[in-house]
Design a protein around this ligand. Sequence first.
Ligand code: VAH
Length: 316
Amino acid sequence: MDKILIIGACGQLGTELTLKLRELKGTENVIASDLLDEPVELLSGGPYEKLNILNKESFQIILEEHNITQVYHLAAVLSAKGEQNPHFAWQLNMDSLLTVLEAGKDKLQKIYWPSSIAVFGPDTPKENTPQNTIMSPNTVYGISKLAGERWCEYYHEKYGVDVRSLRYPGLIGYKALPGGGTTDYAVDIFHKAIAGEKYDCFLSENSMLPMMYMDDAVKATIELMETAPENVKVRSSYNLSAMSFSPKEIAEEIKKHYPNFEITYHPDFRQKIADSWPGSIDDSAARNNWGWQHSHGLTELVEVMIENLKETIVFD
Ligand code: VAH
């Protein structure tokens, strides 16, 4: 029986991945962990451990106490926050990954670690960005994710560690808020529109970025982790894609539901980050190697987000 530890379980992706894994594997077999004293409400129905993954001893104790066989290591400082605290972002993103990879040598059967389209940079081909191409990230987050991909492939080839990874686009869900990313506008915009408020976007209207509905990201993650090892032909990290849109395009789609919704654009420091990333991604390797298929495009995304958020947000 798999015993899974999720590090960073209370984050935007972690919350949803924990819920889905508990549904599939049994609540008691999925231990959530994060820096908080108590888990977020949505995760309060299952086992939780307070964990600072930079504390190696605490991590080892949890592995032993729960007989953990798999780790999903999601804790990281994202792109925008990383630029405000570069050295800490590098320390957390890198030291924690190496701690988990070391455990993969003799204690863990499988490891999942998320990468990002942030590994690409200004010199990368912008459209239909290939799996293997020029990678010149110019954010600490992107640099740490590129270095992390190299470490993952190194530990697999040198020590046989079964570590698997996906280069996520911007992730959009309604169960948990994002924290410190450049694509967070694509979640914020729904909360404003549904509350009847104007949204002031921190990116310019034509900033085209790869995006994905959270359920698709969770599905891809679990499918990658569950597929047979021989199907995992990329041990750095797989490109993953569903759709691309600009702030103007998602605003237009939202206006089909909220005709009076207004958006303004005041780009801030995150515009330079967004400009360094691709506009669209070629994920044919994931589709060919382990059968990846996305299910939500922009129309379906807007419908499902509004359907679920309007129950919880009061319209002014
Ligand atoms: C960020 N949401 O904005 C993350 C993600 C592709 C973007 O890695 O930093």
